[in-house]
Ligand binder design. Sequence first.
Ligand code: HMG
Ligand code: MG
Length: 321
Amino acid sequence: MFPNRVTLVEVGPRDGLQNEAQQVATDIKVELVHRLQAAGLREIEVTSFVSPKWVPQMADNAQVMAAIARPAGVRHSVLVPNMQGLQAALHGRDLAVETATPVGPRPAVWPDEVVVFGAASQAFSRRNINCSIEESVERFAPVVAAARSAGVKVRAAVSCALGCPYQGDVSADEVEHVVRLMKDIGVQHCGVADTIGVGTPRRVQAVMERALRHFPLDEVSGHFHDTYGQALANIYACLEMGLHVFDASVAGLGGCPYAKGATGNVATEDVVFMLRGMGIDTGIDLDALVTAGGYISGALGRTPVSRAGKALLARRTSEAA
Ligand code: HMG
Ligand code: MG
């Protein structure tokens, strides 16, 4: 039974732009977020509070968070790999004090949600965050506790759930192991990520079934890079299971700097086009989204990777001629 409504988490400003070789100006990132808000996206992954030596493109994280408008009803999230990242995301707050006292209204520059990111493969964990899976979860535990007591929701991303660029195959048992660890430390939502886009529908369903043993249907999402062109099929397979939260990246931006050769996440325009055709509501204005995809692609000096985005932009041009 397909869901009637799907929530798309727009990850382009983070997962997309983190991978750009050219430095993207802060005001372009801010404008992109504003255009995504205007297109009806209600969940936006804005940036990450990681080491600027590891990912220079996200070094303006605090400036971006301070500059974006915060319309009611939009959840803005950021990645945090450790306590230092959380502290920076919560604007230098002393978390030891913060957690001891109940918090009032959240300061405007705080994210609504933070994302801790682990992996189902040891090799990828080491390359991406410089520690083993077990060490990463130990590191996340106080981050999760501090964020939750500050009133900030915590999501986890589990990378390499369908395959690893260094290890190769990753078993469903390995995925479930990390999912369980994330649950045990108090993570509230689990994103299952196909970092290198090698998953195919039946395998994706088998892995999602493992995640659903530990998190409810509303709190499991799919994050599919489209490297092998399987992402829409994988989303369809998840819809068949009733899953209804997916990450997507406007114009198909991105990849992971520590997964060489991995291309961007599935394009948000393509997912919206498919869901609209299936009569599934997303609340997103496809025209405005295509404009946002055209904007960021233009700013980066390329055409959108999104097939639907390109087709709709071409139609606009021919209709205007
Ligand atoms: P490390 O070198 O082991 O960290 O890196 P450390 O604790 O030893 O600290 C070393 C230096 O980094 C110190 O600075 C720290 O202050 C600094 P120094 O004294 O040398 O000047 N540092 C930080 N600076 C700013 N913010 C921080 C921070 N932490 C330490 N939070 C670390 C470990 C986790 C920091 C590093 O490996 C890192 O930043 N990795 C991030 C990698 C990344 O962002 N990857 C892309 C995102 S994940 C992804 O794309 C996958 C996803 O999309 C799902 C999927 O598709 O699979 C989510
Ligand atoms: Mg990703």
